[in-house]
Design a protein around this ligand. Sequence first.
Ligand code: HEC
Length: 442
Amino acid sequence: MLAPLYDWVDERLKLKPIEQTLLDEPIPGGASWNYVFGSATLFLFVLQAITGMCLSIYYVPSPDHAYDTVQYIENEVWFGWFIRGLHHWGASAVIMAVGLHMLQVFFDGAYKRPREMMWMVGVVLLLLMLGFGFTGYLLPWDQNAYWATQVGINMAGTTPIIGDFIVRLMRGGETLGALTLSRFFAIHVMILPAIMMVGVMLHIFILRRVGPAGPHDKAQAMQGSETFYPRQVYMDAVVMLFVFCILAVLAYTVQFPLADKADPSDHSFIPVPEWYFLFHYQLLKWAPGPLVGYASWALPAAFIFCLFALPFLDRNTERVPSSRPMVMAGGMAFLVTMFVLLGISLRDLYAVPRTDPVIAKGEALVQKFACKTCHRIHGDGANVAPDLSYVADRHPEREWHIRHFKDPQSVSPGSFMPKFPLSDTQLNNLTSYVLTLKSGKH
Ligand code: HEC
């Protein structure tokens, strides 16, 4: 049924030659699961573009509305929470896919002559991806977004000579505020995507001109080549489907609630950067005072330089890993350092809030008695009763809460908060938890 339609279109657009160039590309050594990372990255990028477009329908990039519109997407828009989840997890997945793709190219020595340009364009694409991550992080305008971006901008400011200029360029104004947000939004949804698309096309154009590198193993390469279609297309498609399923499951099961709305006056907030910036962040924590400045700009600069120059630094024409011990050792050393730092950083992050069991029990009661059907706590819950995020600032006395829980109306005449059937222990636990809800604590 489709064939006559295809013929009709083909007669007018002459598609057959294009179809041949697209599908008949020879793959030296044959199709392989090793080659799926590039197309997985491309797939994830397209998925980010689509989910991002959906989010932009409701999102408003101003400090007055950004947080509320994300909250609205999360709670009100039909399947909004799912689209936001896909976009959130997709952002991490795309960085992982790029990382795996680069590792495969590195391991296979596929960046070597004549593929230096493809590698360098690839490094630019990696930097653009990180740019997407950094600018996107600010957009929800919650505490974490605000303060993590503040740290990032300050770090860029340590660069000698151009530091001040970069800060002014990124921030747009004297402080991080409305101008910064609209700037980051424009970069995230207009400027980066435009550059990215050109870069991706260039990357693929170069790939089609020089052709894929094929296996580093000569015997395997000698086996002749195979066309892109059908086996490689099939493998790529399987991986794309697999990646999509993982993301959908994550988006469905792991909620990613907002923190409190950004409060520029709360300097006590300690932000957490995205996991792919964590290893550098951990390094900065250890850097001795006078060296922090260097660690924040010189290390990334040196790393980016090495990545860029890799095809020229590594002049060995041999592609087999065992014949390139130095380069392999260098790559290994980097990976091990990165994962160890990431591990330590994550351990520190999750070790801190090991809460007192009394408080943990109190927090569980909040779930049990569904307090959040009326109250919001740190961005989660409804807004029909006072926000409890910082209630202990208003009511620091234990007695007040006990009396209030026992009989809300006696403390706040006319309150519609129900009298919960709480035992004395429960009353105690719940109050202990509520007293932790004060500013400067998260
Ligand atoms: C049916 C809605 C509703 C539910 C459910 C509810 N509350 Fe309330 N709560 C209110 C209202 C309305 C007020 C404001 C009047 C008052 O102080 O009683 C309030 C006030 C409070 C206050 C004082 C806030 C302030 O700023 O003065 C605290 C603390 C509190 N609630 C805790 C809880 C806890 C803990 C739970 C769950 C065990 C809970 N609430 C469940 C409606 C609710």
